[in-house]
Write a protein that binds this ligand. Structure first.
Ligand code: ZN
Length: 78
């Protein structure tokens, strides 16, 4: 269960962000993605789209550990 139901708390903001997010999602559709798994429990922590990425910090929603991923770079081809 989410702690905050932003859709109810701030519907205006939700609609605005949702539209932007949907547009970003469309931009990423069809792009190659890499899944990053939690090193502790193999839970899927994030998806990375082809390109250059620096270090990322993420909190695993499964085991609650904070995990750091090293920079990754995979070539863009189009
Ligand atoms: Zn984990």
């Amino acid at each position: 269960m989410p702690k905050v139901n932003i859709q109810q708390v701030n519907p205006e903001r939700y609609a605005q962000v949702k539209a932007a997010q949907d547009s970003l999602k469309r931009q990423c559709s069809g792009m190659m993605k890499m899944v990053r798994l939690c090193p502790y429990c193999d839970h899927r922590v994030e998806n990375v789209v082809r390109g250059e990425h620096g270090y990322t910090f993420a909190k695993c929603s499964n085991c609650g550990e904070e995990v750091v991923f090293p920079p990754v770079s995979f070539r863009k081809t189009s």
